[in-house]
Design a protein around this ligand. Sequence first.
Ligand code: PPS
Length: 285
Amino acid sequence: MSFDYFLYKGVRFSPGSFSEEVLNFAENEFQVLDDDVYIVTYPKSGTNWMIEILSLIKEEGDPTWCNNVLIWLRSPWYETKEGQSQIKDVSRPRVLTSHLPYHIFAKSFFTSKAKIIYVMRNPKDIFVSLFHFSKIICHYKDPESFEDYLEDFLQGNLLYNSWFDHVKGWMQMRHNSNFFFITYEELKQDLRACVQRICKFIGKELDEAKIDLVVKHSSFKAMKENKMSNYSLATADFLDHTKGTFMRKGISGDWKNHFTVAQSEYFDKVYQEKMKDLNMNFFWE
Ligand code: PPS
């Protein structure tokens, strides 16, 4: 895979949105507040879906905020150059977003009462989503071939490094009461039940009608039609809109339309090897 990057503590970052200084600030100086909620993900795991869900929960089901404010301004990535300047406009309780691996996450989080929602997705679907996204995101060169890119994914030769290390790193937190993890596939299977679980975790009580509104306005269709959430307003130096859309398919199991049997078996073998120490099974197909 071909892209410009620099290393911060061994992790690959794009020079466009990051610098050593910005990452150092995010790790060592950024002040986490006790009522913050962080959405943490490996890219393409359902980050923006969770932003929409939490935005709607914050607004008790009213979509006005989602329909009028860009999704990345509602919940900025606290580790990026842009995000760090946008955070001052976020009202409390803040919902902030991050793709950072565990070992370089904001130090002040670990002595705070803030909460993390970690969203995971079947890594085969993450790879497919990333493969298509790489064609439209400007700081990547077009993927050479599915096969080569797959190998890069499995070896972690990508921005933010290895999916396996990201998940294993964050799963160290799984017994902490301020850490909650959920999969994209659970959201797909029963969004309403997931919204109820998320509300319980963040301590927000919503009646049945408001939960219905959160579910309705965070559907794939609603987000795809909402220009504040579908990235159609992302600038041309970030996304090449002529090559595809951010809101691509929004389904589970699209890997079955892309992987050969041999590629899937090879993926499973690498997965078993790299995840064997974790001893956890996740809900995805
Ligand atoms: S990023 O670039 O890391 O922030 O991307 P991320 O938001 O994590 O993931 C993008 C994928 O999530 C899909 N998506 C959704 N799926 C179902 N329902 C809703 N509401 C939804 N919103 C976003 C999006 O389409 C990308 O997945 P693919 O498989 O490419 O369609």
